[in-house]
Design a protein around this ligand. Structure first.
Ligand code: 1HN
Length: 345
């Protein structure tokens, strides 16, 4: 048992005034705000965004605001614990739904935060990263790592929407977030690396000794392959719920420095209760239906919906039908800081 700490109102007013005038404050009345016992006390609350409800709002943004006046035409998914307008869905994860209309381009820029796009709806969009043109099909993950020039375009017929996941809140906290703008990139006339150098898991290009690789050698993870791999895992892996981490095919590291991405397949009727994790998480439903209890709060989800869980949340998924989710989390950052943890229930 630790003793109860002293409070501010126990101190004489003249002393409090003198401290304030000197630009200092006593730690002990505030100690438990920053160091709660046993578990963190997250500000983040579970969030849920129904895609069918957001779709008309996104399309209206398309009518009201030309892409030229938006740079990126995005509706931001704000953490309910912080309120609408908060530029974060959890402590570390920014989420937004981005709309691009046929024929539009979103200008090239480069910035310090890193992003992953998860393609939600529509066909014909692409992202260009460092001159490499990455086609975006439903469920694909497309990386735009920090420091890499990127622009978007759309040559299809209907609207396209994707989910942006960025480590932006960390960069804002670090006062390290900034961007540079430039002209649309010229595109190399060849398929992206997922279709050439890294067509098959376990194979990478042979190279001369000492020849380096790009830091981010593969920037697109086609959904068709992820789903096929999950199905094989589910059929033969032993665990009824198959999970695959997205990794850099050269190093096996997580695909971004701060954020990790894990694809999950829940068979119909599956119930899954992972250990309590120190990471916060956002889930995107690629396909399927089910419900998830997050710290006792029930979220019923369907295709293209998104939902979030704070750190150390008690998460219990139940799939009403065969379901595929992508879990976005900050384990890579927490591992780098040396404190990532999973607690048995
Ligand atoms: C960004 O670069 C994109 O490139 C989308 O599509 C959303 C939100 C905040 C900061 C940068 C994009 C973003 C963003």
């Amino acid at each position: 048992m630790s003793p109860k700490l002293g409070t501010l109102d126990e101190l004489p007013q003249d002393y409090r005034d003198a401290m304030a005038a000197a630009g200092v404050a006593p730690l002990w009345p505030m100690m438990r705000n920053v160091l709660p016992h046993v578990l963190p006390q997250p500000v983040t609350k579970p969030g849920y965004w129904n895609y069918d409800a957001l779709r008309p709002l996104l399309h209206r943004a398309g009518e009201l605001t030309p892409v030229e006046k938006a740079e990126r035409r995005v509706l931001v998914l704000s953490d309910p614990g912080r309120g609408v307008g908060a530029m974060q869905a959890t402590s570390t994860i920014y989420l937004g739904l981005q709309l691009l209309l046929p024929g539009e381009t979103a200008p090239a820029h480069v910035h310090t935060p890193s992003a992953v796009r998860i393609m939600v709806e529509g066909q014909g969009a692409y992202t260009v990263v460092d001159g490499e043109r990455l086609p975006m099909e439903e469920g694909d993950l497309v990386l735009t790592p920090g420091g890499e020039w990127h622009d978007h375009g759309h040559e299809g017929s209907g609207p396209v929407v994707w989910l942006d996941a960025l480590d932006l809140p960390i960069f804002v906290y670090l006062e390290g977030s900034y961007a540079e703008e430039g002209p649309l990139q010229s595109q190399r006339n060849r398929p992206d690396a997922s279709q050439v150098e890294y067509l098959s898991a376990g194979l990478r290009p042979a190279r001369k000794p000492g020849a380096g690789t790009r830091r981010y050698p593969m920037m697109r993870y086609p959904w068709t392959r992820t789903e096929a791999a999950l199905r094989q895992m589910a059929a033969h892996g032993g665990d009824p719920v198959a999970e695959l981490d997205y990794v850099n095919p050269e190093t096996g590291d997580d695909i971004l420095p701060a954020l990790g991405f894990t694809a999950m397949m829940l068979p119909e009727g599956a119930a899954e209760a992972p250990p309590l994790r120190s990471s916060s998480a956002a889930f995107h439903v690629v396909k399927g239906r089910g419900c998830t209890l997050i710290d006792g709060e029930r979220i019923d989800w369907g295709p293209k919906d998104s939902f979030t869980a704070p750190v150390f949340a008690d998460i219990r998924h139940e799939a009403a039908e065969e379901s595929f989710l992508v879990r976005i989390h900050d384990r890579p950052l927490q591992e780098k800081l040396g404190y990532y943890e999973e607690r048995a229930r």
